[in-house]
Each structure stands twice: as C-alpha cells, then as structure tokens.
Ligand binder design. Sequence first.
Ligand SMILES: [Zn+2]
Length: 336
Amino acid sequence: MSHSLTQSLTTPLMGAIHRPDSDRPLPLEPVTCCVCGSDDAEPLAVGEDFEYRTSPDTFLAVQCRCCGLVYLNPRPAMTTLDRIYPLDYHAFDFSAERYGLIYRVRQRLEAKRLLSACQRLGPGARLLDVGCGDGFHLKLLRQFGRSDWQLEGVDMSDRAVALGRQQGLKLHQGTIQAVDLPAHQYDLAFMIATLEHVDDPAEVIQAVRRLLKPGGELVIVTDNTDTWDFRLFGHRHWGGYHFPRHWNLFNANTVGRLAMETDLEVVKIQTIVSPVNWVYSIHNYLVDWNAASWLVKQFSLESTLSLGFFTLFDQVFQAFGHGALLRVTLRRPFEN
Ligand SMILES: [Zn+2]
C-alpha cells in the first residue's frame, strides 16, 4: 500500500474532533526488519498517537541490530487504515485557503526541489507521483514544469484521488502494486513522504521499478534518522515517528541497502532541510506534558514563526550532511 500525505504535521485543533473508536485498542501485528529480514532489534521508543489520538495504545519503535533500520513493532494491522488515517488527516486538506502564507512559501520551495529532479527530462516526458494524495506535487509540476509533460499520480485514498481529479489531474486509485499501469513507460517517479507509510517498502519500490523506462529515475523523500532531532527526541517525542503511521524509518545506509535489493542503482543520497520533525517533536513533548494549548499551537503546521525558525535551524545541520529529510535518487539500469 502507499498512503498519501504531504507532511508529518497536523494541528492542535485535531484533538477536539470526536472519534467514536478512540478508546478501543487497535489490532497490532508483529513484523521483522524490512531491509535485512532480521528480528533482532532493540527497543528505542515508546509513544502514542500524539497528533490524532485515534487509539489509546502505546506503540514501540525498535532499531534493527543488524542494519540499523528503525521500525514500528508491533504495528497496526492493515485492516486499521481507515482508523489511523481519519477523515481530518492533514494530507487531505493542505489547501491554500487553510494554510495561507505557509502554503505559498512551501509551494515555491517544493516546486524548486521537484524541478531540480526533472532537469534531464525531455519533451513529452512521463512522470508518476506515487502516494500523491490529492496531487499537491503534480499541481506544482503542472504549474512550473514543461507544458508537454504527462503527469500522473497514484494513491490509495479514494477521497484524495477524487479531490485531485476535480482539479483535472490524472490520478489512479489503489496501491502501486495493484493499479493497472503500463510497464517501462515512465521517465521519472516520485515517492515523497510515502515510503515510511507502506507495509512493504521493497515491494513498492519494485512495483515502481517495473514502470520505469531503462534509465528512468525514482526520487524518494523520507524522514532521516541520522539527525540531531532524532538524537534529541528519538526516545519518545520525535516527530518522524508520527505514531502509529510511520512504519519504517531510514538513514542513508538502510535506504541504500533497500535500493540495492530492488535492483536499482543509487545515483545520489543527500539530505534536505525540513522544519517539520523539529516542530512536531516539540509539539509532541508539550502535548505529553499537558502544556497550555496556546503554547502547543505555536508548534504546528499553522505556525509560520516556528516553521520559519526551524527551517533556518535545520540548515545548520544540513551544512554538515544531517538535514531532516533524506532525498534518494535511484535509477533503473539500462538493460542489454
Ligand atoms: Zn535490519
């Protein structure tokens, strides 16, 4: 499955929304490391759904002793997706109306980043956004990219897909493994804030690989565990856990190893700046300590000040190669 979202953020208002199932525990399933297959892992963090309060459970994040992958174990069963992604989930509502200035700033920044991955694309190139949500990134490519590009997206959420289609986007509903798309046709695929949500990252990457032309590229953006925000907050409050929705969390080593197992060449692994995990680590810390709601509100997707400050702050870490997000460029090899 590939579930959509645009950022690991929500608003403090979410806590006020009534959830009929929120006092019922989720069915959980044990898993092994999705990178190396080992079940030898050490406990790392215990946390709760600080952002949406979809269940009363506490969740355990562990780190694989063999490869270093951080993952949720046990994790919610696949039958719980409707519960852990409630209707007010932010990925379905990242609109200009609601987020104003933040939306416009982020739009500019994201457009620049997307286009930097598109430099080698020629006329008529075919692009696919996997886990596209309602099409935030596709709309940017439509607005700022070449007019002859063919843009498509895939997302599991019928609601997000319906929203994107209303805006004229060509979106396919379903998992990347199940949707009926032509093999070897796409020049470039994106998976932005998607890999950490899926149940089988290798299978999802292989499904994307099949769609790429030889020489076609896949650009993955995902949370980075090799960071100072993870070191400081990784025992409980780290925003990147997004309990219980982020199932696998990578660093440069583990994502590189995953790529090799899916027969893709690693073109580049870099880090990029993001304020999100900083802001949400502090948000979760404050929520956990029952801080006043006016203070909690200063650390949300709607807080221009904290997003701005931590964007600058994360640039310091980015300068040393430890920006909050990983950006991984993979290529389908040319075959004989
Ligand atoms: Zn492992």
